[in-house]
Design a protein around this ligand. Structure first.
Ligand SMILES: Cc1ncc(C[n+]2csc(CCOP(=O)(O)OP(=O)(O)O)c2C)c(N)n1
Ligand SMILES: [Mg+2]
Length: 595
């Protein structure tokens, strides 16, 4: 057996059933072998950013499906699906880096397989310092220089990826035709370890006792849940503990929906910049906040102001040096989240306290639907109201949809207002602020949906027009894959983020708009999708009715108003809280910089 044959068979033996990628000298031989193996699926993308995005979307969707099936979060166990992408050496690696960086930032289980050319003089035209490029992306880089390395390196890289550490594996190109010892390589794969175990909280007694004391004395506790709480299977224990101490629950954006199945009346929704006013008020009046599995950042703490003067306790498996610091002391517990929460539970009184789970809090939260309805009712002059569009989408896509959102101004309407439901899952591709990734992420997710054991689970992509046009070629990939994918393009004929920020800066916002907009529905149709443009709410509803469950790849090009500035932008860039004045913002005709 040759090395290229061995690589294909090792991936197969390691349970890698799907590979996304773009072919080149560095991978085509093993790909041809892999595609012929039984039970494998080779999914060619048109661009490396697309390929890595698809692997990311595939892995995250498979993980979310497993969490829903288990009903309480996976454990970072050997079952974690790794999204595998392959790119050729040099230019292929270079084009993959943005998407790889995004996967690193969101800790997606992604592995990129490439090759490395021999370093000769004069240099091979495709020779770049791939190791340092990978390091810049934050990914670990493994070079296989001998056929004997291949099994062990692949096994280690897969284990790392399962633990949320994306990596790049490069096979020295000259090895491809060498002889390969299958028996020893497959033994390394057969002994594939589960994901690296989270540390169990040893040596954390002092911090745990201090945290228990703070929580026991708290009158207004809040629990903030992050992806680490889900990945560490801590959600059920956290909910039980929160009920006992009288806490309200917030979640980070990546963990959106993590307590939906508990239908808790004190689920306050998202923390930070995208929180609704009632949640902001409650968080600001908290006295102790228990943060579980969230690094914290400028967004989910609203630049450190979100929790007022509350004492913060943070449970995370990563050391505090890797986590965001607010500038004042936090009680840090470095531990797997389930272990620490269970331990805290043992040290806290068994009886329940009302805390902030009171009628007054309920009354405050009961104001939210009316405020939201007022936002939805606004009628801007230059297109559909984004809040109304989001409400229509929320009602039309399935309760069990896997919803993938890109990043841009539009996502400040999507992330807070798509409702969390027990069977819904979300993937927000905002980790690196990289636009253009939603179609690849969603195409990968749709591939996962076919195999996740939850039949009929629709994949929905929510993307801006500028972002859509950055990687629209992957729409055709989704068509080729036979994906069941609904793509909703929020089309304001602009880079809305830049349009608003230019205006806020006193510059001409027209610089962010598209004077020659693309006919998205015509392009999508040419790429093989079923597509239509909608300009009114009636057309939107009809489009959603026709497309929501139609199967195949469908694109709705939705003409939204450019003038409407999201609440998050008003808060972040104008320091304005929209709680009292929704109409004025929803109907604001943005003509340039505010005076
Ligand atoms: C790769 C990349 N290029 C440029 C940007 C800067 N950028 C951030 S948001 C944005 C606008 C995206 O436009 P669109 O997808 O239409 O969404 P909108 O803001 O209009 O809602 C741009 C250009 C970026 N974040 N990433
Ligand atoms: Mg736009």
């Amino acid at each position: 057996m040759k090395v290229y044959q061995g690589i294909a068979r090792l991936l197969h033996a390691a349970g890698v059933t799907t590979v996304f990628g773009v072919m080149g000298d560095g991978n085509m031989q093993w790909l041809a072998e892999y595609a012929d193996l039984p039970g494998t699926s080779w999914c060619p993308a048109w661009h490396e950013a697309g390929a890595v995005g698809m692997a990311d979307g595939y892995a995250v969707a498979a993980g979310r499906a497993a969490e829903l099936t288990l009903g309480g979060g996976t454990t970072g166990s050997a079952e974690t699906t790794v999204g595998v992408a392959t790119v050729t050496m040099g230019p292929g690696v270079a084009q993959a880096l943005g998407a790889l960086t995004a996967a690193v930032r969101t800790r997606s289980p992604v592995l990129v397989i490439t090759a490395e050319p021999a370093h000769v003089t004069p240099p091979n035209s495709q020779d770049i310092d791939q190791r340092s490029w990978a390091a810049t992306a934050g990914a670990r880089y493994w070079l296989m220089t001998s056929p004997d390395d291949i099994g062990g390196v692949l096994a280690s890289a897969l284990v790392r990826a399962r633990s949320g550490e994306p990596g790049v594996v490069a096979i020295a190109a000259e090895l491809m035709e060498c002889e390969f010892d299958w028996q020893s390589a497959v033994a390394a794969i057969a002994g594939l370890q589960p994901a690296r175990a989270f540390r169990a909280g040893s040596g954390q007694d002092e911090a745990l006792r201090a945290a228990a004391q703070l929580l026991a004395g708290s009158a207004r506790p809040v629990v903030l849940l992050g992806r680490g709480a889900v990945a560490g299977s801590a959600i059920p224990a956290a909910v039980e503990l929160g009920h006992r101490i009288g806490a309200g629950f917030l979640s980070t954006v990546p963990a959106k929906g993590c307590i939906a199945r508990f239908r808790d009346p004190f689920d306050l929704g998202l923390a930070g910049t995208m929180a609704h006013p009632a949640a902001r008020e409650i968080a600001a009046s908290a006295d102790v906040v228990l943060v579980i599995g969230a690094a914290l950042d400028l967004h989910n703490t609203a630049r450190g102001s979100f929790f007022g003067s509350a004492e913060l306790i943070r449970i995370d498996c990563r050391p505090p040096t890797e986590l965001w610091q607010p500038g004042w002391p936090i009680t840090e517990i470095t531990s797997g989240s389930a272990t620490a929460v269970t331990q805290l539970g043992r040290w806290l009184p068994g009886n329940s306290r009302p805390g902030l789970r009171t009628a007054a809090t309920e009354e405050l939260l009961a104001r939210e639907p009316a405020r939201h309805a007022a936002l939805v009712a606004g009628q801007p002059a230059d297109g559909l109201n984004p809040w109304a569009v989001m409400a229509a989408i929320d009602g039309a896509v399935g309760d069990n949809a896997h919803i993938v959102s890109g990043v841009g101004h539009f996502w400040y309407f999507a992330a807070p207002y798509l409702s969390a439901r027990p069977d819904r899952s979300f993937h927000f591709g905002f980790g690196f602020g990289l636009i253009g990734q939603c179609v690849p992420l969603a195409a990968g997710a749709a591939v996962a949906a076919r195999a996740d054991g939850r039949p009929g689970r629709p994949t929905v992509a929510i993307e801006g027009d500028g972002s859509f046009l950055m990687n629209l070629q992957e729409l055709q990939s989704a068509v080729r894959f036979g994906a069941d994918l609904l793509v909703l393009v929020l089309n304001n004929e602009a880079y809305g983020s830049e349009f608003h920020k230019l205006g806020i800066a006193g510059l001409d916002p027209a610089g962010g708009s598209f004077p020659h907009p693309v006919d998205i529905s015509a392009v999508a149709t040419a790429l093989g999708a079923d597509a239509r443009r909608v300009r009114t709410l009636a057309e939107l509803r009809a489009g959603l009715d026709a497309f929501a469950r139609a199967g195949g790849v469908r694109v709705l090009d939705i003409a939204i108003a450019r003038s409407v500035m999201s609440e998050a932008y008003q808060l972040m860039h104008l320091g304005r809280d929209t709680a009292g004045a929704p109409e004025s913002t929803a109907t604001r005709d943005y003509q340039g910089a505010p005076s």
